[in-house]
Each structure stands twice: as C-alpha cells, then as structure tokens.
Design a protein around this ligand. Sequence first.
Ligand code: PLP
Length: 476
Amino acid sequence: MDTDTFRRLGYELVDWIANYRERLETLPVMSQVAPGDIRALMPKEPPQHGAGLDGICGAIDSVVLPGITHWNHPGFFAYFPSNTDLSSVLADLLTAGLGAQGMSWQTSPATTEIEEVVMDWLRQMLGLSTSFTGVIHDTASTATFCALLCARELASDFSQNTGGLQSEAAPLTVYASDQAHSSIPKAALLAGFGRENLRLLPTDNKHALSMDILEAAIAADVQEGKKPCALVAAIGTTATTALDPLKAMAALAARYGMWLHVDAALAGTAMVCPEYRWMWEGVESADSIVMNPHKWMGAGFDLTAYFVKDPQHLIRVMGTNPSYLRTARDAEVNNFRDWGIPLGRRFRSLKLWFLLQEYGVEGIQARVRRDISMASWLAAQADTAPNWRRMAPAPLQTVCLQSVPPHLEGDEFALAAHNQAIVDAINASGQHYLTTSVLKDQKIIRVSIGAQATDLRRVEKLWEALQTCAIKTPGC
Ligand code: PLP
C-alpha cells in the first residue's frame, strides 16, 4: 500500500472508529449472530487479484460488526471488563506504524527503555517497593506459566539443565484455591507438575482460600515425601473477586520455602488507590505478581504486567543466548526476550504510556472509585430487595446475585434454570451483557462493573431489567 492510500484510508478508518465509539450504545452489546453467520458472509476462496481496500468501512459494517460483542459498551457487565481506551487505539496504530520488534535492546532501544520506565511508573502506582521489577507480557496466563516455571526451577535446583522434572526424587507440589482462575491449573499442568501434584483446595464461606485446609494439605504432602513448591494467591478471584489471605499465605510460603505467586489480574488495578491496598496485604513477600492493565485499567488488550523480585532468576529460566542474537551491548542493557517466553515482542508499552499520559494516576483512581461505588450501590439494592440474594462479598466491582422466587427456594436445579433464563433474556435484549458462574453448586449471576462508559444510570437500568426479567421468566 502506498502512503497516499494509507493516509486516505487511515483517516477514513479513524473516523469509522470514532463514530463506532459514539454510537456504541445503539448497538446490541452481545453479538446476536448464530455460529457460521459471519463465515457465510465471506468468500470461500482467497481473492486472486488485489482489488485494494477501498470500501473497507462498508465491509466492516456488514461483515465484522454483526459478529462483534462490544466490550466497551456501557451495558457490558460480563466476565471482567476489558477496556480499550482510545489512547490505546492510537498507541496500537503507532506500534504497527513503527513495525518495531523489541526482542533485544538493540533491535529498537525505545521499546526496551519506554517499557522499563512505564513499568516502574506502574510499580509506583501500585504502591510496590523497589524490590520488584516489572516486565510486560501478553496475558496473565503466560505470566503465571512463567511464574510456575521459575518456581519449578528454583525448587529443583535447575533441573532443566539436567534430567528435568523427570529426574526429581520428590514430586513438587503446587497449591491454590478451587476458585483460582483456570490459567493456574493450566500453567501447573503445562509446567509438568502433573495433576496428582496440584492441589486446588476448597474455599471458606467468603470463597477465599482457607489457611487450615492449606496447612493440612501441605503437611500431608510433606508426610508423603512430596516437596511443596509453589503457592498461588488469588487477589480477586474470577467468579466473585474473593481475596485469599495473602499475609498468612506468605508466612507459610516462607516456612516451606515455596514460591509465592500473586494473581491480581483484575484487582491489581484497584491497588492504584491506597485505600484498597489492604486487599493484598503481604504482597511485598511475593516472588511474582501478575496484574492486567488490559482489564479494568484501560490499556487495550493485550498488556499484562508481570512483577518479579529476582529478575536474574527469571532470566536464568527463560534466557537463551544463540550467537545470532548476541550484541555488543548485552552486558549493559535489558534484553526483554529473556524475560518471558516469546522471542519477538510487540511495542506494548506505548499503550500504557499513552493511557497514563492521557489520564494520570488521578484519572485511573477516579474511575476505580466510581466503579467500586457503583458496585456497592448495586450490592445494597440486592441486599434489601425481596427474592434476591447476594452470593458473595463484593469488595471490588463484581456483584454476585441470585434471584430466589419463594416457590423455587431450595430447588437448586429450578433456581439454576431460572437464573440462567434471566441472563439469557437480558443478553437477548441487546441492552446489557451478563455472564453466570457456578459457586459451590449454586448458579450465580455475575454483574461485573467496569466498562469505562458505564455510569450509575446504566447500573440502575440493569437492576430494573434484572428485576423485571426475574418476574417474567417462565415458571415464575
Ligand atoms: N487471573 C484471573 C483472576 C482472571 O480473572 C483472568 C481472566 O479473566 C486471568 C487470570 C487470565 O487472564 P489473561 O486473559 O490475561 O490470561
């Protein structure tokens, strides 16, 4: 593509994006297409002759848009938020425009040094001490995988240099609660610990890890000749944003010499506000922490912040040093290719830089406080409404609810069907998007607040819709 065409189509596309964001509210938040609908709109064979991209905005409207679930819509209350502030759209455009590859310092020094600076800004924003150093990964799943690889290598005295886990005399064990995100068991299995050595422990009545159960599980494993290796604390579980007892877990990790990894994928953003930092009290004892600016904070997907105490250990586990990658500056600089799994690295730090430049720390704090106060409002409504039950504490921005019509009380199957029907009706309306989960065998409706465009009026509208649907749902 020549630069004149790029300029013309680029302006058109920027206009399209701006208009899209302005009319988001008029679109159904959850895509209403059926499987195969979008595929059917595309030719089966690739174009033989290049025809140019003129008319691309029309194709976006007709082919792409119907199949988009609008994560930046004010009625988005599903999963966890994944805000892409428009500053990230510009940053991603620049990333692509520069086309720089940041695998080593020398391959584009700005990619490394801007990342170093913004990760240090983020460390300060989260109230973490200088004993942590940050690096950007694509997702929390990858960062957690790296954490467990580092834990494995520490506990096995670098078995990767000899026979690997297969040569370990004592099996290494990993502990987390059964509310830990699926990326934790996935990482443990991929890191070779084996399902038999992974303990996903039952939680307490707040859905957080129970210290008694954890201590008993570790003691039993030690008794059997196993070696406790890694402990993962969830600060803000996915189903309910439960908070594991990090401080007590840290003491236990120290006692057994275990690696302590903190998964604060969503909740990390709230730590920008000093008044919420009690939620991860003990975090300074962690060996590694993951949080996702690509969730609530507003940096567009994908951008995960991974903080470690000992970057040299990370480099020892991840580093490779083939002759074709060596440079004269290696001794003086960070080569971030050695701080994670992929060799090639996108210029992701631009998104964080642009976001922080646009809003400042105070802007992010204000949004976190707004969202938590909207969640408190909703929690208070549910607490006093007849026939509604709140299913978990709501320390952050997610409120877990169940509609309980009196005649369904005690009938778990009927309640599950009733609550699913409410969510299905809400999602079909196109006004709001919600997801469910199962918590100790109970179907719950999760209301996860945090899209940038959501305001209290929206939350009030959703609460009205929930109550109306609960009455109208068949069988009630
Ligand atoms: N940890 C928690 C608590 C999560 O809620 C999620 C995703 O929602 C993840 C980890 C995985 O995040 P990612 O998509 O960045 O791998």
